[in-house]
Design a protein around this ligand. Sequence first.
Ligand code: NI
Length: 256
Amino acid sequence: MIFDTHAHYDDEAFDEDRAELLASMKENGVVHIVNVGASIATTQNTLKLVKEYPFMYGAVGVHPSETAELNDEWLKWLKSVATSERIVAVGEIGLDYYWDEPDRDIQKKWFIEQLKLAHEVKMPVIIHSREAASDTYEIMKEYEAEKLGGIVHCFSYSVEMAKQFLDMGFYLGIGGVLTFKNAKKLREVVEYMPMDRLVLETDCPYLSPEPNRGKRNSSLNLGYVADAVAAIKGISRDEVERITFENALQVYKINL
Ligand code: NI
């Protein structure tokens, strides 16, 4: 039983076969998926997908690289849709200094506004943070993200940073990168972190694991990531699936 905690099935990479692909999830052991908004348009798409597919949940939010489009009106709209049925988180929100656009001040402003929104609606957050570890951490501290809880998605930092986010009560999202040859740092993080804070994610269509690296990703590939976690932790793949499934329900406050 696999729970994909972070996917983008509204992406145009799925336009040709979205319905068939999503219809094949259950028979392949993928029981639930959270589709994550990354802009106003993709949040609108997420709301539609969640309505159409009862096994899917959604997150509403604007990714740091898309924050130039935000204004007070759209923020109000995000708040109004955050309480829709099967919407379980605010995200993905955060800071991205890799692409480094728009200006960091704009990214920070809307990261903070969306954290405040999460407090208002009392929902967990999905954090996107790339090459911005300390600013992300400081803003989360200042705006009491430990009271919200959530996931640091596609975790890419060191063991030291992992400890700080774990101490704040956050879960770490682990995906295809774990299977890459050069992922030594991430393997160390997985070795270090407790199993009860690990959630599986694809970030599909991106970040396909080995042996499918470079191809379009989907939740059907999450078994490879579960295998990689199992090997590092010295437990069975079934255990990994069972524990991470429970973790996903816990972090998103889903009562089945
Ligand atoms: Ni994403």
